[in-house]
Design a protein around this ligand. Structure first.
Ligand SMILES: Nc1nc2c(ncn2[C@@H]2O[C@H](COP(=O)(O)OP(=O)(O)OP(=O)(O)O)[C@@H](O)[C@H]2O)c(=O)[nH]1
Ligand SMILES: [Mg+2]
Length: 427
C-alpha cells in the first residue's frame, strides 16, 4: 500500500486524540516508530484533547484546519492517525487535508505485509488485510482493490447485471478470505500434529515472548549457538520492529543430557489490530502451550514498563493463561550503572550478547522446567528390550551399562514416569 521508490523518505504528519490517559505520549512515540518502520518520515505531530473522536472527521473542525496547515507547511504526503478510523472519517479527512490518510491499523498491517516471508505468515497477514478492507470498500479501497487484482479489476463493472461494483468487490474479497483460511487451516493442522508428537515425546517447551525489538531472537540465537542441536540454525534478528513474524522452534541440549524446546515468537506492540491478533493465534499457539514463558524486555528503553503492560495485555488477548513466567530485563549492557547478569527470583537482568547472562538464563529455565524430575537407576531384563527403547525415546537417559541381569540405565524421569517404571528401580 505504501511504497517508497526513492531513497528520500516521504514526510508524514502524525495525528492523535489525547483522551487524558497516562500512556498517550508513549502511544504517539510508538506510532512514530511504526511510521519509521514503514520507511516514512514523521515530521510533525498534531494532537487534540478530546474524550471521543469526532464521528465525521476524527478531530474537531479547528484541529482539522491545523492539520491541513501542518500538511501544507511540511509538504507532507500523508497523515497517520493513532486510532482506527471509519471509512467516512478517512474520506472526510482526505478531502479536508488534500493528502492520503491511513490509521494505525493499516500501518501495522503494512509493516507485517512487507516483513512476511513464510507462507503461513503471508496467509495470516493477507487475511487480516482483507478483513480490514471489507468494511472500508466504499472509500479509496475500491481503487486499491482494482490495482491489486490487475486486469480483473475492470471486469467487475461488465459482469452481473444488477450487481454493483461494490457488491462484486465485497463478494470477491469474502471468497478470497475463505480460500486463504482454508489454506491456512491445512498448514496449521500440520503444526498441531507436530506439537502433539512433541507432547508425546515428553519434552518441555519454553517460549520467548515480548514487545517487538526486545531481543527475543538474539537470545534464541545465543542459546542455539551454545546449546543448539544444530548450531547453524539461527533465526533472523535485526534492529527493526517486527523482525520476526513466524514462530521458530529449536531444540537445546544441556550438558547433563537434558533437553528442551525453545520457541521464538512474533513481537507485540500496543493496539495490535484485532484481525492480526486473530490471524496470528495459531503462530502464537507455541506460547499458549508452553511450560514456561520467558518475557524479554528492552530494559534500556525508557518506556519498558509500558511495553511490559502491552505484552501482558496481548497475552490475555491471545488467551495465554496461567503459565509460569521468567522476566528477562535485557540489553543491560546499554544501561548505565546496571550490573549484570543478576537474578532475583524469576527476574533477571542481563544482556543477550553476554555468555554468562545466557548461562544464568538457562540455569533459571532449568530450575523451572526440570524441578519435578528425579534421577533414578533402572535395571531392565534383557527380554524386555521395548522398555529400554521406550526410556530412550521418552526420558532423559544419562548413562547405559550392560550387566549380567539386564540393561542398567541412569535416567531422569517425570513424576508420571517414576510411577510407570517403579518396578525396575534399583534401590
Ligand atoms: N546492546 C544490545 N543489543 C541487543 C541485545 N539484545 C538484542 N539486541 C539488539 O536489539 C535488536 C533487536 O533484537 P531482536 O532479537 O531482533 O529482537 P526481537 O525481540 O526478536 O524483535 P521482533 O522479532 O521484532 O519481535 C537487534 O539489533 C539486536 O542486536 C542486548 O542485550 N544488548
Ligand atoms: Mg525476533
Amino acid at each position: 500500500m505504501i511504497e517508497n521508490e526513492t531513497d528520500q523518505r516521504r514526510p508524514v504528519i502524525l495525528a492523535g486524540l489525547n483522551r487524558g490517559t497516562d500512556d498517550f505520549d508513549y502511544q504517539m512515540e510508538e506510532l512514530a516508530n511504526l511510521v519509521e518502520a514503514n520507511q516514512l518520515e514523521p515530521v510533525a505531530t498534531v494532537t487534540q484533547k478530546l474524550e471521543r473522536p469526532n464521528p465525521g472527521t476524527y478531530f474537531g473542525k479547528g484541529k482539522v484546519e491545523a492539520l491541513k496547515e501542518a500538511v501544507d507547511y511540511y509538504g507532507a504526503d500523508m497523515v497517520v492517525t493513532n486510532d482506527e478510523l471509519s471509512p467516512s472519517q478517512i474520506r472526510n479527512l482526505e478531502a479536508d487535508t488534500g493528502v492520503g490518510v491511513i490509521d494505525r491499523t493499516a500501518l501495522i498491517l503494512d509493516i507485517f505485509a512487507s516483513r512476511a516471508k513464510t507462507r503461513i505468515a503471508k496467509l495470516q497477514v493477507e487475511i487480516a488485510q482483507l478483513q480490514y478492507q471489507l468494511p472500508r470498500l466504499r472509500t479509496s479501497m475500491n481503487v486499491r482493490l482494482d490495482q491489486q487484482t490487475g486486469g480483473n479489476g475492470g471486469s467487475f463493472t461488465s459482469r452481473g447485471a444488477g450487481e454493483t461494483k461494490l457488491e462484486m468487490n465485497r463478494r470477491h474479497i469474502e471468497h478470497q478470505i475463505s480460500d486463504l483460511r482454508k489454506e491456512l487451516a491445512e498448514i496449521e493442522a500440520d503444526d498441531v500434529t507436530r506439537r502433539a508428537r512433541r507432547e508425546k515425546e515428553n519434552i518441555k517447551n519454553v517460549a520467548l515472548i515480548g514487545y517487538t525489538n526486545a531481543g527475543k531472537s538474539t537470545i534464541m540465537n545465543g542459546l542455539v549457538r551454545r546449546y543448539g542441536e544444530n548450531q547453524d540454525k539461527t533465526v533472523f534478528q535485526a534492529d527493526m520492529l517486527f523482525a520476526t513474524l513466524e514462530t521458530s522452534v529449536r531444540k537445546l541440549n544441556l550438558p547433563d543430557n537434558q533437553s528442551f524446546l525453545l520457541s521464538d515468537t512474533v513481537g507485540f506492540v500496543s493496539n495490535l489490530p484485532h484481525g492480526l491478533v486473530a490471524a496470528f493465534r495459531a503462530t502464537l499457539a507455541e506460547a499458549a502451550q508452553a511450560d514456561l514463558l520467558v518475557q524479554v524486555v528492552d530494559y534500556s528503553d525508557p518506556n519498558y514498563r509500558e511495553m511490559m503492560q502491552t505484552t501482558e495485555k496481548t497475552l490475555k488477548e491471545i488467551g495465554v493463561g496461567d503459565i509460569p513466567m521468567v522476566v528477562v530485563y535485557n540489553k543491560a549492557d546499554r544501561c548505565e550503572d546496571v550490573p549484570y547478569p543478576e537474578r532475583d527470583g524469576d527476574n533477571l537482568v542481563l544482556s543477550a550478547k553476554d555468555d554468562q547472562s545466557l548461562d544464568l538464563l538457562v540455569e533459571t529455565i532449568r530450575q523451572h522446567i526440570f524441578a519435578d524430575l528425579q534421577e533414578k537407576q533402572v535395571l531392565v531384563p534383557y527380554d524386555q528390550g521395548q522398555v529400554v527403547a521406550e526410556l530412550n525415546e521418552q526420558a532423559t537417559v544419562v548413562a547405559t551399562e550392560y550387566v549380567e541381569t539386564g540393561t542398567l540405565l541412569t535416567v531422569v524421569l517425570t513424576p508420571a514416569q517414576v510411577g510407570r517404571y517403579a518396578q525396575y528401580f534399583v534401590e
